[in-house]
Design a protein around this ligand. Structure first.
Ligand code: PA5
Length: 438
């Protein structure tokens, strides 16, 4: 279901470095499967496709209830608590035609204008909220939820609001759990052994995706089949191949990985991918810096740098083989724009040739390319891709020698922010940093 090609990357690493990377990846793979036997390990995401089967019906029925009572469904969350859902919804949604309730996101930043405009937008609409926070204490979604809950209660009444709010949070910890219990909201649990950025195939991602009207069973099926495939330690295991190559490139001086796609609706898949790899690997002074580009659009902005700038980057290019729609360049008898050499060609073919041309040019210019492909943007393939990236990411983290499941570095800014905002318990830090602020 996922194909990995290394032809344009192998030429940039020595045979020895690649062989060592493969050996390390094999060891990391065995360790991952061993660790998975330990019920305390944060590896519950490996089993989500199976574990979630018994919850799918409830997720679908709550999603249906939200759809029936809403013009707009607001998903409140940040980081791993919204990126996976947003990535899948955008990938599935037609570009212009939208039927059913609109799905919008909030709580993923602190923009006052955004939230104020959202409040205006929702004021005369039927809306509902799915608030998602594993810790139940994250500031951005907590503020957005307070504002939107207040609006919902004022416009729909507290009883109706209760039926229109669904929480996804920890089994017992956190302020959101307490609030949900006190108010009697419908609640889904984020399992203890599943970290935020590995949670898209739990209720964290599946409820918003189902609420947007998309099939969640094909996603979990695709992921489940891929899981079985990736368990095998074979030469053609795509997760091992990808992890080995990106590690070999890192060891060969390529410190930046650019995730590239040719389909605008994959923009948020790239954002999800960046969080997954960036937060899992970037620690202890190590790790690839991950970024992304949407081609061919960004060939007209970043293309120059990729071709000729500092030679510290490589690209991971995702190709989607089949489109949903067909459109060819029309014939023009006068050929005023000189495009008749393309007349009758499908746009997908033009896009494909652009990708081939770009890969070769960037490779020749010193930017290696790892090429990934999936057949089409449907549930099975997308589920497979999400699982594949999570699996590769965990292995890559082990190879790098870091813990791919924690994110200690995210705390530093939070502590400072709490101190500056006067959160109780942060008084001493507040005094200290106010003196140091310029
Ligand atoms: O991957 C992670 O763990 C983080 O990105 C979290 O998802 C993010 O910080 C949001 O946390 P929470 O779900 O606790 O609000």
């Amino acid at each position: 279901m996922i194909d990995v090609k290394l032809d344009y990357a192998l030429t940039h690493v020595s045979e020895q470095v690649f062989a060592e990377a493969w050996e390390n990846v094999r060891k990391a793979h065995r360790r991952l499967l061993d660790d998975a036997q330990d019920s305390e390990a944060p590896l519950g995401w490996l089993e989500l496709p199976e574990r979630m089967q018994h919850e799918l019906e409830r997720i679908e029925s709550v999603a249906q209830r939200l759809r029936e009572c809403s013009d707009v469904i607001v998903i409140v969350g940040i980081g791993g608590s919204y990126l996976g859902a947003k990535a899948v919804i955008e990938a599935f949604q037609p570009y212009f035609d939208s039927t059913g309730p609109e799905v919008v996101f909030a709580g993923h930043h602190l923009s006052e204008d955004y939230l104020a405009e959202l409040v205006d937008y929702l004021a005369d609409k039927r809306f509902s909220i799915n608030v998602i926070s594993k810790s139940g204490t994250t500031t951005e979604p907590a503020i957005a939820f307070r504002v939107l809950r207040d609006l919902l209660e004022r416009t729909h009444g507290s009883k109706a609001a209760r039926r229109r709010i669904v929480t996804t949070t920890d089994r017992e910890k956190g302020a959101l759990r307490k609030l949900a219990d006190a108010k009697g909201y419908d609640t889904f649990v984020v399992p203890d052994d599943v970290g935020g950025r590995y949670s898209v195939l739990s209720a964290v991602g599946l409820l918003p995706i189902a609420a947007a009207g998309f099939d969640i069973r094909s996603l979990t099926n695709g992921a489940g089949k891929t899981g079985k495939w990736l368990e095998k330690e074979t030469e053609d295991n795509p997760a091992l191949t990808y992890a080995a190559m990106r590690n070999a490139l890192y060891e060969s001086g390529k410190k930046v990985e650019l995730f590239v796609h040719y389909e605008p609706k994959l923009r948020y898949l790239a954002e999800w991918w960046k969080q997954l790899f960036g937060e899992s690997e970037g620690k202890e002074g190590k790790g690839l810096f991950v970024s992304s580009a949407a081609f061919t659009t960004d060939l007209h902005s970043l293309g120059q740098y990729i071709q000729e700038g500092e030679r510290h980057l490589f690209e991971t290019v995702l190709e989607v083989v089949r489109t949903h729609r067909a459109l060819a360049v029309p014939e023009d008898p006068k050929d005023g724009d000189g495009l008749n050499y393309l007349a009758g060609q499908r746009l997908q073919e033009v896009n494909r040739q652009a990708a081939k041309a770009t890969t070769l040019a960037h490779h020749d210019g010193g930017a290696p390319n790892i090429r990934l492909s999936i057949e089409s943007l449907d549930g099975e393939h997308l589920g497979a891709l999400l699982y594949f990236f999570e699996f590769s990411c965990a292995i890559s983290g082990y190879v790098l020698g870091v813990d791919p499941f924690n994110q200690p570095g995210v705390e530093a800014y939070k502590q400072n922010m709490f101190a500056l905002l006067g959160k109780p318990g942060f008084e001493a830090l507040g005094e200290d940093i106010r003196k140091r602020l310029k």
